[in-house]
Design a protein around this ligand. Structure first.
Ligand code: BGC
Length: 768
């Protein structure tokens, strides 16, 4: 695309000084071995280290401002540089100027919302649009998907991840990979593995019992790789078994390559200050974003013989295998600009399908006969499209919730709107650098403002209740890479937020007027103490740039929210088993939960714990209401070759169109290996069903999918015996069951690797 005002760099002659062997051989898919033979050790070393801060920025074939990193070009071999850009739900680059006008990428709904759709087809569609944007803007790899497990709701990056469950995480991740790659653009499956906290994230040793590591933390990656083939896998920052994952041969060579057969490129997460030879020996192929010191270390390693040429050549081959797949190598020609309008419409529609209706007393939603709304909450007028850090897409606009509601004809109380507008302007003046441009204010300089305290204004809420038809209250909660969340004023609502909900409910209910709460959040917040007060609660998550419009669609009934929770909403933070071994922000500076974190809760993450222990929760995993109802028919099960295929008919029994998710949970016979009461093994979503319409949903699984990890024998084991298949509308709402008899036990051997450095003191079950 020539009209784009970006920096195209004519390949220089710099390479002459790099000790090149030169020659006329040009990289092709079938001559990689020969190219490797021709490259000098120094050239190889340079290829293994990303370009970001090497002297050689001018050696890029194409420069995309704001991209996360590059691999190096070697024109003498026809090797172009390639471009990698974040992030999970949109291409993160600086806006591109075309004909003097800035053009942006689309900020799509966050991963948590995507997982809440339980719709792999929809995720693939969004991912395809992301791939198209990458292609047009000359990005070769989007650094997506992040599929780490939501071990604890306080992890600051949970909004970038899908779920507390590995099956949902793995299949959503695969849909993301397949969608992006269907457009000839690569992905990076990250962060491999168990980067579950931000506190000391670069060095924390995740000490995980092997069974939990296999069944929960590795499982999502394993499933994702069974269903997709990402061009790259990104190792994480943390340690496993006391060794940084980037240098961990047991993880990268034994599990990823040998056991799972992954043949793509392993890249490090973006941090240079590691021991480079150890990373390469451990199985990382490409060190990103690249530092001069790494190059020196590698060269020294080669010279001294400490680093074998076999390891170097293997890494070089993996990089070249990757390069020949890229757009940079293919030299595709694309349209000058992506279809941003169509992508905005897609973003809006996806958002509507992932919102989770948590409560809807007397069918207050969708709103009927309502015109005048009192809209409360700072976030209602300054809404949250996505989380912070590397996933923060530089976007052209965010439709605030207030704007979205007005655009569908609701009339917002003028005086209340003015009050919040002034309050937010004051917060902006306090927090935002006055020199920030408009697009910066919408992206990395956008903050979530603390809630306004309504307490001093004794009459305000009552007056609002007198003159408006109803109230909508928005609770906003930011989340970002680099810091974990806190329990107080974050997981638990702040005093101002609680007062706002209490007072609004009291005054509006006193006049027989309804109250709806919208949660514009990246992850779980406490709901038990206040959920009985409002009439309806809708979790809208981080819905992307079209935020307000998508919410207006849902609450006006234009869209029927069909989301289901991808994680559990507990009553109290301290009900969560991992709360005993998760850093309390600000209090943890060394030792436990800083230098290392003991996963003493073992496999008891999320619903696996709450359901097995029969411990009360607020909203279960897989839960979500709809504006309509569905009935589940009689399920059937068949064996087809290596697969079990279950089918069940779903019928819309209500009055409006909608989609339903069928979740297949399987209970295994109890053996000496501890097992959760039931685990998700497959799921499927219907198309939009009109009232009385039905669809048969197909759910597939294999004998291997039924296996538990038998740590004593380092094997996966599917025990013989009676299994129960439960077809659920949530993990607590099983609508139909089927027995399954496995007549013969089956095992799959794996390596005895990745043991924690110390024996973990596993919590006794039931956990007290
Ligand atoms: C993050 C990755 C991201 C990379 C590049 C790292 O800090 O952990 O998720 O892709 O930066 O920006």
């Amino acid at each position: 695309m020539k009209c784009v005002d970006r920096v195209w760099i004519v390949l220089g002659f710099l390479f002459c000084s790099l000790g090149s062997a030169g020659g006329s051989l040009r990289l092709a898919e079938d001559n990689i071995d020969e190219i490797v033979k021709q490259m000098s050790p120094r050239e190889k070393a340079m290829l293994l280290v990303g370009c970001e801060s090497l002297v050689s920025k001018d050696s890029l074939t194409v420069y995309v401002p704001g991209a996360a990193g590059y691999t190096k070009a070697f024109p003498q071999y026809g090797i172009p540089s390639t471009v990698m850009a974040d992030g999970p739900v949109g291409v993160r680059i600086f806006p591109i100027k075309v004909d003097g006008k800035r053009h942006y990428c689309t900020c799509f709904p966050s991963s948590t919302l995507l997982a809440s759709t339980w719709d792999t087809q929809l995720v693939e569609t969004q991912a395809g649009a992301m791939g198209e944007e990458a292609a047009v803007y000359d990005v070769d790899v989007i650094l997506t998907p992040g599929i780490n497990i939501m071990r604890n709701p306080l992890c600051g990056r949970n909004f970038e991840y899908f779920s507390e469950d590995p099956v949902l995480s793995g299949l959503m991740g695969a849909a993301m990979v397949n969608g992006v790659q269907s457009r000839g653009i690569g992905t990076s499956l990250k962060h491999f593995v168990a980067n579950n906290q931000q506190v000391n994230k670069l060095n924390n040793d995740s000490r995980i019992p092997v069974k939990a590591l296999r069944e929960i933390y590795l499982k999502g990656f394993e499933i994702c790789l069974q269903h997709s083939n990402p061009w790259t896998v990104m190792s994480s920052y943390n340690k496993i078994g006391g060794i940084l994952t980037q240098s961990n041969a047991e993880l990268l060579r034994t599990v990823l390559r040998e056991e799972w057969g992954y043949d793509g490129l392993v890249v490090s997460d973006w941090y240079g200050k590691r021991n480079s030879p150890e990373q390469l020996e451990g199985g990382t192929n490409l060190l990103m974003p690249g530092e001069k010191a790494q190059l020196e270390e590698i060269e020294a390693g080669i010279e001294s013989g400490a680093l074998s040429m076999e390891v170097i050549d293997d890494a070089v081959k993996h990089i070249l295998d990757y390069v020949v797949k890229t757009k940079a190598f293919r030299k595709d020609i694309h349209a000058a600009l992506p279809d941003l309008e169509q992508h905005a419409a897609l973003s809006r529609s996806v958002a509507g399908q992932g919102m989770v209706l948590l409560k809807n007393d007397s069918c207050v939603l969708p709103l009927k006969g309502i015109k005048n709304i009192s809209l409360f909450g700072a976030t209602a007028y300054h809404s949250i499209a996505g989380g912070g850090g590397s996933s923060n897409v530089n976007k052209s606009h965010i439709v605030d919730i207030s704007t979205g509601l007005e655009q569908v004809g609701f009339v917002l109380d003028r005086s209340l709107k003015d009050l919040y507008t002034k309050y937010n302007a004051y917060q902006e003046a306090l927090l935002v650098d006055p020199k920030a441009t408009d697009w910066e204010r919408l992206s990395y300089r956008r903050y979530v403002y603390p809630e306004m305290d309504l307490m001093p204004n004794k009459t305000l809420v009552g007056e609002q209740a007198k003159s408006n038809d109803m109230a909508v209250v928005v609770i906003g909660r930011g989340s970002t890479e680099e810091s974990d969340r806190k329990v107080h004023d974050d997981f638990n609502l702040s005093d101002s937020e609680i007062y706002m909900i209490d007072k609004v409910c009291e005054e509006f209910h006193a006049r027989n007027k309804k109250v709806v709460v919208l949660l514009n959040i990246g992850g779980v917040v406490e709901t038990a103490s206040w959920k009985n007060k409002p009439d309806a609660i809708l979790s809208v998550w981080f819905p992307g740039q079209e935020c307000g419009d998508a919410i207006a669609d849902a609450i006006s009934g234009k869209a029927n929210p069909s989301g289901k929770l991808p994680m559990t909403f507990p009553i109290d933070y301290f009900d969560i088993p991992s709360s005993r071994n998760f850093p309390m922000v600000g209090e943890t500076k060394s030792g436990k939960n800083f230098d290392y974190t003991n996963y003493e809760e073992d496999i008891w993450v999320g619903y696996r714990y709450f359901n097995t222990a029969n411990k009360a929760i607020v909203y279960p995993f897989g839960y979500g209401l709809s504006y309509t109802n569905f009935s589940f028919g009689k399920p059937k099960l068949e064996r087809k070759n290596e697969k079990w295929v279950a089918t069940i008919q779903i019928t819309n029994t209500g009055n409006v169109s909608g989609k339903e998710t069928v979740q297949l949970y399987i209970s295994a016979p109890q053996t000496s290996i501890q097992k959760p009461s039931a685990e998700l093994k497959a799921f499927g979503k219907t198309r939009e069903l009109k009232p009385e319409e039905s669809e048969t949903v197909k759910l597939e699984f294999t004998d291997y999918d039924l296996a538990s990890f038998d740590e004593a024998n380092s094997q996966w084991l599917t025990s013989k015996g009676e299994y129960t298949l439960s077809f659920g509308a949530s993990s607590k709402d099983f609508r139909a069951t089927l027995p399954l008899n496995i007549s013969k036990s089956r095992t799959w051997k794996v390596n005895n690797v990745l043991r924690p450095v110390e024996k973990i003191n596993i919590m006794k079950f039931p956990l007290k």
